[in-house]
Ligand binder design. Structure first.
Ligand SMILES: [Zn+2]
Length: 449
């Protein structure tokens, strides 16, 4: 029999939280087979906000919960049943196009063709016409912000709010997710202030319903991330989903996009997320990463706050005093792009640019060896355009040092003995400059053996 994830009626609770103080939650009881232990569980799924957002929470629709759990359901082949209606347009679009097409072309992922079962409603819910986008402080979001606060954008499309949510976590330890979320609150509020928009902060526990290690969040995440906007359908009428993938890489079969993630199909995804109350757009698909970096390179809020580092959202904290660890591949590739357009020093508040320059050949070599979606190739061509020299040593590091290491890592990926030695000798720190959070996952496996 097909598995079912059941979403109860949405309801609102008020209380005190260690994140927001006086807070309010949009909740629903969710019954499902937990993919991490195969047990049937009933859990409260919630989107938590500061209390002032209470009047905007949408209990009349199940949209936020269906959206937030859609990838978990498709990944684990569970139909979704809900008591309270979902928006009729959303139902039509998801059932007719999004679910069957994503499942058909990504069956190996696996994404499965599932059913949505429950009532629909086409009544318009009145709202305050806020225009919002998610904000992590990264390149894609700064591009969306910088572009949508300008006067070229029609007033009704101009950005009014940024949403900071915990949905993008790659971690699974509750307290750690919370601690990192709290530690970034001031950072996001400061971005909002500098960009002259309002920050909406949302903590949710969607990750508790996903399979560890969260490929669902790292791959088909646009529905998950957008779900927060659906929880506030009485406030927001336009939501911009910042896409990391240029339109030229669009392919409904993600495996054919040569290393891009689910944002490669954002233009298709967002076309299926519109409701009677909310329009969703995919922003940033018209340019590539380097063009985005160039666009924001002179934008002061970006120079002061840019945060691209992937380590913190994965549970690893950087303690170098900068926003970014300046060692991981996300940090390195961004610094290299800035270096290629002679703008690296404008970002010395947020990156350890001194260390990047000191190890320039090693860093470029490492990027050449791991380039899987053309960022590095584009940066190299920018270097040529801007007469920024790349030393031959960088290529030596790439082909004689980092590439062989990459091959060895691939061969011994599943060997717990090799991993044990690798961690014991701190080779991760020595090679990459940081410890990946998958360490916790493997440490447990190694100890059990
Ligand atoms: Zn980093």
């Amino acid at each position: 029999m097909k598995k079912i994830i059941k979403i109860g009626k949405p309801y609102i609770t008020e209380g005190k939280s260690d994140i927001f103080g006086e807070s309010v939650k949009l909740c629903a009881k969710v019954t499902f087979e937990n993919p991490n232990n195969n047990q049937i569980e009933t859990k409260e799924c919630y989107f938590e906000f500061e209390k002032k957002y209470k009047k905007y929470l949408c209990i009349e629709r199940s949209d936020a919960f269906v959206m937030g759990l859609l990838t978990a359901a498709m990944e684990n082949d569970m139909d979704i049943e809900y008591e309270t209606p979902i928006s009729e347009r959303l139902y039509y679009q998801l059932m007719t196009y999004y679910i069957p097409m994503v499942a058909k072309y990504n069956s190996k992922y696996p994404m499965n063709n599932i059913k949505l079962m429950g009532p629909t409603d086409s009544k318009i819910i009145s709202n305050e016409h806020a225009v919002a986008t998610g904000c992590s402080g990264g390149v894609d979001t700064f591009y969306t912000i910088a572009k949508h606060v300008t006067k070229i954008i029609p007033k009704s499309n101009r950005l009014t709010h940024i949403i900071y949510s915990s949905s993008c976590t790659s971690d699974f330890i509750d307290q750690r997710v919370k601690d990192i979320y709290i530690s970034n609150l001031n950072f996001i509020n400061n971005i909002a202030k500098e960009c002259n928009v309002i920050s909406i902060n949302c903590y949710n526990n969607l990750y508790e319903f996903y399979k560890i290690p969260f490929r669902g969040f790292n791959m088909f995440f646009t529905t998950t991330f957008s779900s927060v906007a659906f929880s506030l359908q009485k406030l927001i009428s336009i939501y911009y989903a910042s896409s990391g993938t240029p339109i030229e890489y669009f392919n409904i079969d993600i495996e054919k996009t040569k290393g891009w993630d689910g944002s490669a199909i954002d233009i298709f995804t967002v076309a299926n997320l519109n409701t009677e109350n909310l329009s969703v757009y995919s922003t940033g698909i018209e340019v590539n990463r380097n063009e985005k970096i160039k666009y924001i390179a002179d934008y002061k809020p970006a120079q002061n706050n840019l945060k691209v580092c992937g380590m913190e959202s994965s549970g690893s904290k950087s303690n170098n005093g900068f926003n970014n660890c300046s060692h991981c591949k996300k940090c390195l590739r961004t610094m290299f792009s800035l270096y290629a357009i002679n703008k690296l020093d404008s970002f010395n508040k947020v990156f350890d640019t001194k260390s990047f320059r000191q190890n320039i050949n090693k860093n470029i070599g490492k990027l050449i060896s791991i380039d899987h979606n053309s960022f590095t190739k584009e940066s190299i061509s920018l270097c040529k355009q801007n007469k920024v020299k790349i030393s031959f040593k960088a290529y030596m590091y790439a082909y004689l040092y980092y590439k062989p290491i990459k091959i060895l890592k691939k061969i011994f990926h599943n060997s717990l003995i090799v991993r044990k030695i690798y961690y014991k000798l701190n080779l991760d720190y020595k090679l990459d400059g940081y410890r990946d959070p998958s360490y916790d996952y493997y440490k447990e496996k190694i100890n059990k053996k």
